[in-house]
Design a protein around this ligand. Structure first.
Ligand SMILES: Cc1cc2nc3c(=O)[nH]c(=O)nc-3n(C[C@H](O)[C@H](O)[C@H](O)COP(=O)(O)OP(=O)(O)OC[C@H]3O[C@@H](n4cnc5c(N)ncnc54)[C@H](O)[C@@H]3O)c2cc1C
Length: 512
């Protein structure tokens, strides 16, 4: 049966778009290659009792009246899907030998903490933090839907933001001549981008840094409930999600996309699906290759020419009879670096595959909500995340499986050595379960080309005016994913909602 919206992929932006459309009375069908919905945000169960979310850790824009809340209200989900706030006095705990900085929601408190650590640099640190505030305020005015009157009213902030269009975070650190250790502490949430300061867009850093300052959150009933609630909305409004359906071709008549061909991964049968409009939640570059890149306008072809963001290495871990709260963990993330220079730390791990002095993030989902259900009561979940090079792991896996497994173990040991040295002395003794995910694992289960983490690389050139959006230049065909919007939980809510607004005319966020 032909539906109004045929959606390829069930990542978060697709689920948000699909739920909004289904809720408005349109017929929606989603084809998903994996056996679970949610893409990077899917939840999987191990040993029949431990639940892990593939990639989400903490999220922003979920407080009352903020973007996610507004969309959930529209879907009548805001009473069921609720969020717990991270500690506003320190939602990110930055740690490196000799230094500790807790990032607070208040810019003034942050300036005070930095000034205590670096008393001789108080002025430049304060100027930097104030510039971040101003740039962030300007970026909000420059984000679609743009209101010209607002640009005029806030011209100071807008001009401040515009000057950094091509800047990396490092450029701005250098401009304000921040001490090296202060740079590292401020940028230690670099795992949220998987890019070091000398490559990372200042805009991307400011948006995320200020987003979390305005409130860092974790879903009360875990991420699985958020994803399931969106799926329920689609299904209860007559829509459907078909799993294990890998889309292999898009069907075109002239310049109009009319449907897709999909192969059932269990039965290996192929089937045709049609829709009045086709929404592409899979990587836009991959879809464009299936369609034929020459079919797109030159402007869209240019925007499609992005490099992928780096891949990652994850450890999903369960500890038993150990209360992590006794060891400095709580309603915050802990980010650790052994290296004082994050540019060098990144190069060592990503370019040289050397993890002897690792930089990584530690998250503790079971401490963020009392809801339980993700593991037995005498256990807690801990996850470790760092960067990893896709080509290196791919070659190892394809040529020498033993060496591939050894490398995964070597990184795990290196991280656990640091954990036992600095945080929890007997960590290994309490570890009752763990699995590690490499870049090829990411590719296999999240279906992301080259195991990429955030779609296109978050460099200034990819974050600027040439960034892809939902327009494809083909008819009845739209992109809707992190690379054609922005990566992250709230940004993919925004991406799906913006496309919904555009196609329905129903304004949730404001003028399109
Ligand atoms: C390591 C890591 C940590 C992260 N941490 C956070 C965090 O703490 N907070 C935060 O806000 N964000 C985080 N993110 C980012 C966030 O997870 C993503 O930006 C977001 O989930 C992307 O959603 P999407 O809509 O682009 O779709 P995706 O999640 O990319 O989903 C695309 C879907 O399409 C499916 N698909 C692909 N090819 C096909 C095909 N041929 N046929 C059918 N289906 C197909 C896939 O299986 C998948 O379900 C993290 C990401 C990573 C990698």
């Amino acid at each position: 049966m032909k539906v109004d919206y045929l959606i390829v992929g069930s990542g978060l932006s697709a689920l948000v778009f699909g739920a909004l459309m289904a809720n408005s009375g349109k017929t929606v069908k989603i084809l998903e290659a994996h056996e679970y919905p949610g893409g990077f945000g899917h939840t999987f169960t191990m040993a029949k009792k431990y639940k892990f979310n593939a990639q989400f850790h903490y999220v922003w824009d979920c407080g009352p009246g903020q973007l996610v809340d507004r969309v959930l209200k529209k879907l009548d989900l805001s009473k069921d899907v609720t969020f717990e706030q991270y500690d506003p006095d320190g939602f990110d705990h930055m740690r490196m030998p000799g230094y500790a900085l807790d990032i607070s929601s208040s810019p003034q408190t942050l300036i005070e903490r930095l000034s205590t650590l670096f008393p001789n640099d108080r002025d430049r640190l304060a100027k930097f933090i104030n510039e971040v505030e101003k740039t962030g305020a300007g970026l909000k005015k420059l984000a679609p839907p743009i209101k010209p009157i607002e640009l005029l009213k806030h011209s100071g902030e807008v001009v401040c933001a515009v000057q950094y269009l091509n800047s990396t975070l490092q450029d701005v650190f250098d401009k304000f001549r921040l001490p090296q250790a202060a740079q590292t502490l401020l940028a230690l949430q670099w795992l949220d981008f998987l890019l070091p300061p000398n490559q990372l867009s200042f805009y991307a850093w400011v948006a995320l840094f200020r987003g979390y300052q305005a409130g860092a959150f974790y879903p009360t009933q875990h991420f699985e409930q958020v994803i399931n609630s969106l799926v329920d909305t689609i299904e209860s409004n007559g829509g459907s999600l078909l799993f294990n359906q890998e889309v292999t071709q898009f069907r075109l008549t002239g310049k109009t996309v009319t449907g897709v061909q999909a192969t059932n991964r269990l039965t290996h049968q192929t089937e045709e699906f049609t829709g009045d409009t086709v929404i592409c939640n899979i990587d836009p570059q991959r879809a464009a290759k299936m369609i034929g890149i020459e079919k797109f306008s030159s402007s869209v072809r240019r925007k499609l020419d992005y490099e992928y963001s780096a891949s990652n290495y994850m450890v999903y871990c369960v500890v038993k009879d150990l209360n992590l709260q006794d060891y400095g963990f709580g309603k915050w993330n802990v980010s650790h670096t052994g290296h004082q220079d994050l540019n060098e730390a990144f190069a060592q791990m990503y370019d040289r595959n050397d993890f002897s002095n690792p930089s990584f993030a530690i998250t503790t989902p079971t401490l963020l909500s009392n809801a339980g259900g993700d593991c037995p009561e005498d256990c807690q979940i801990v996850e470790f995340l760092t960067v990893a090079n896709y080509d290196y792991f791919r070659t190892l896996r394809d040529t020498d499986r033993k060496a591939y497994n050894q490398k995964k173990q070597e990184i795990l040991d290196s991280i656990l050595d640091v954990v036992e040295n600095y945080y929890v002395p007997d960590f290994r003794k309490h570890m009752v379960f763990h699995i590690t995910g490499s870049p090829t694992t990411n590719e296999r289960y999240c279906w992301c080309p080259n195991g990429n983490s955030y779609g296109s690389k978050l460099t200034p050139s990819n974050m600027g005016l040439g960034r892809l959006n939902y327009e494809t230049s083909l008819k009845q065909f739209y992109f809707c994913n992190a690379s054609s919007g922005y990566p992250g939980f709230a940004p993919t809510f925004w991406t799906g909602t913006l496309l919904y607004q555009h196609l329905s005319g129903d304004l949730i966020l404001g003028n399109d």
